[in-house]
Design a protein around this ligand. Structure first.
Ligand code: 8YV
Length: 325
């Protein structure tokens, strides 16, 4: 371990291509590998200047408070709801995420999940593999994308990339967000329930966290209606999961395609038992190419910081250069 390298705390496994770069430039302490995490943390805490995180364990005030030299938290992912960025901002700690490099990949996955869910492609594939096609054709699907209007919840970079694809498929797009997105011509709904009433598909691509927690509740699902399809590419916390299970079970909506869950990687057994859902294991951005680009941005943020050049992609709660209040 060379002296003078910036000391980092790593809180979960990194993709293999990130590891050599981290080891070359930093002295990395792997919390997730420690047998006794409390003892490990106590020992390394005084020298930790940066955290590298993937969302699996919360980077909250309680953890950050234990690290007196902490300067930067670099999150691998565009969503950073597992980091208390507000606390970080108030205590002079910079948080970075990985925007931009995963937009198209996540948008591609969203369209795949949408079509899979509406046209039951995974179910049809299971049918073939089980040898059932020899007996009869796969039943006609109740769902079709034709004649549907798509309501996107969240119109950030990924929301726009999804909307572009849906437009190309010949389907009308509307959206809900707190404020109308500048330069976006699709119809904006300030009221989520009103949009749910008017559309046949809801695609969720909003940040997680307290502001969006359970925003898809029983009322929104009822407004979506018995022909409705829910696609969640955002965070499990955005959906009231028991209400969703109830809506699917009682045919209050037609089907759901989910990439994210409230308590990942644990998926409710009720969902696993259902046929009118398509369940992905949080793979929105999970290709080698995109994860490489995300990993590179994590490393580059930390390298830039260590070189005294500030962060490359700070989150809005921790602007750079810092704004004096
Ligand atoms: C990652 C994501 O799976 O970017 C995000 O917000 O959800 C995903 O791309 C996650 O961050 C773990 O690295």
């Amino acid at each position: 371990m060379a002296a003078g390298k910036m000391e980092l705390l790593q809180t979960g496994p990194v993709p293999p291509f990130v590891e050599p770069q981290l080891d070359e430039h930093f002295s990395v302490h792997k919390l997730h590998k420690a047998a006794d995490r409390d003892a490990f943390l106590k020992e390394v805490a005084p020298k930790i200047r940066g955290i590298i995180t993937f969302g699996a364990i919360p980077i909250d005030a309680a953890l950050m408070q234990k690290l007196p030299q902490l300067e930067i938290v670099s999150n691998m992912g565009v969503g950073y709801d597992s980091v208390d960025a507000r606390w970080a901002g108030e205590h002079g700690v910079v948080v970075t995420n990985t925007p931009g490099v995963l937009d198209e990949e996540v948008a591609d996955t969203t369209i795949g999940l949408l079509i899979s869910t509406v046209r039951e492609l995974p179910q049809a594939e299971r049918f073939l593999r089980a040898g059932k096609w020899l007996e009869k054709p796969y039943p006609l699907t109740a769902g079709t994308l034709r004649s549907r209007t798509i309501g996107i919840v969240g119109m950030g970079r990924i929301g726009k990339a999804i909307a572009r694809r849906i437009e190309a498929m010949g389907l009308p797009v509307v959206y809900h967000s707190r404020r109308p997105a500048p330069g976006v011509a699709y119809r904006h709904y300030a009221d989520l329930k009103a949009m749910a009433r008017d559309v046949d598909v809801l695609i969720l691509i909003v940040p997680g966290g307290s502001e969006t927690k359970n925003m898809i509740d029983r009322d929104v699902l009822e407004a979506l209606g018995p022909n409705g399809v829910l696609i969640n590419m955002a965070r499990g916390s955005v959906v009231d999961e028991p209400a969703l299970i109830d809506a699917l079970r009682n045919k209050k909506i037609l089907s759901a395609g989910l990439d994210v869950y409230a308590d990942e990687p644990r998926v409710p057994k009720e969902l696993i038992a259902m046929e009118n859902v398509v369940l992905l294991p949080h793979v929105g951005s999970a290709s080698v190419e995109t994860r490489r680009a995300m990993g590179q941005l994590v490393v580059d943020n930390l390298k830039s910081w260590a070189a005294g050049n500030g962060p490359i992609t700070p989150v809005p709660e921790t602007p750079w250069p810092p704004v004096e209040v």
